[in-house]
Write a protein that binds this ligand. Structure first.
Ligand code: HPA
Length: 272
């Protein structure tokens, strides 16, 4: 079956189960999944029940699509994302983005957790993603070309919308949040980077490193959506401090920042 046909089946299945016609998509990564619990008049659809959706296996990710109202806007949220390191193909990782596009989504807001590579950035801060570096050597668009889904060679020169970034800065200023801005490097994981790899990422121009987001951003751009990505910086990347990195420390920091992060994302959604 063609990808386009799978997207159509998933879209039909979803529209039969919800009255909502979302214009805004949210991909809620580590720590921010609970924002989906605040969506009102909600329709909740577990990934396992949606045709062609893969199921997220990461403990901290719930794995359901939530449609409804947030700050007066109609949204569809992924409560828990799919990662390449779980063994999913990049087509599976980005399939929900395709389905959101089919549902009518024009603006995609993506959150994640990352490690700080640049020493000006500190754990607990939020970083607006201005650009990315794909260090994996892979790309979700590798494969047969379907012109109905987007161009063969999509432009990535403004993958993170300037307009949405300036809106995000305005919201942060109003809320008195210190917002960092920088380049996100995509590392497949699941092993964290070595100190030498972190030095390499810094030399290449990466400010933070993480294991997600970039495939979804590539596909959202391919599909013609505007993208905003915000990273919760949870730790200093390997080798910066003389201590190991643990997933527990990452999740604990994400939990600590959750309230600030959720308020910020709500502020952005309200102003769209
Ligand atoms: N590296 C990669 N991914 C991450 C990190 C990190 O240090 N922290 C949170 N996600």
């Amino acid at each position: 079956m063609l990808l386009r046909e799978k997207i159509e089946q998933a879209k039909q299945w979803i529209t039969q189960r919800t009255p909502h016609q979302p214009k805004i998509g949210l991909i809620l990564g580590s720590g921010l999944g609970s924002l989906a619990d605040e969506i009102e008049e909600r329709t909740v659809l577990p990934y396992a029940s949606i045709p062609h959706f893969a199921v997220s296996t990461v403990e901290s990710h719930v794995g359901q699509l939530v449609l409804g109202k947030l700050e007066g806007q109609t949204v569809v949220a992924m409560q828990g994302r799919l990662h390449f390191y779980e063994g999913h193909s990049l087509e599976a990782v980005t399939f929900p983005v395709r389905v959101m596009k089919a549902l009518g989504v024009e603006v995609m807001i993506i959150t994640n957790a990352s490690g700080a590579v640049h020493e000006r950035i500190k754990p607990g801060e939020l970083m607006l993603v201005s650009d990315h570096i794909n260090l994996t050597g892979s790309n979700p668009l590798i494969g047969p070309h379907d012109p109905q889904l987007g161009p063969r060679f999509p432009d990535m020169s403004e993958a993170y919308s300037k307009e949405l970034r300036s809106l995000a800065r305005k919201v942060a200023a109003e809320q008195g949040i210190e917002l960092q801005e920088g380049v996100y490097a995509w590392w497949t994981g699941p092993a964290f980077e070595t100190p030498a790899e972190v030095r390499m990422i810094r030399m290449l121009g990466g400010d933070a490193v993480g294991m997600s987001t970039v495939p979804e951003v590539i596909v959202a751009n391919h599909a013609g959506m505007k993208v905003l990505a915000v990273s919760c910086v949870c730790n200093m990347a390997a080798g910066i401090l003389e201590q190991p990195i643990t997933a527990e420390e990452v999740f604990a920091m994400a939990a600590k920042v959750k309230q600030k992060f959720a308020t910020f994302i709500r502020g952005v959604v309200r102003n769209l």
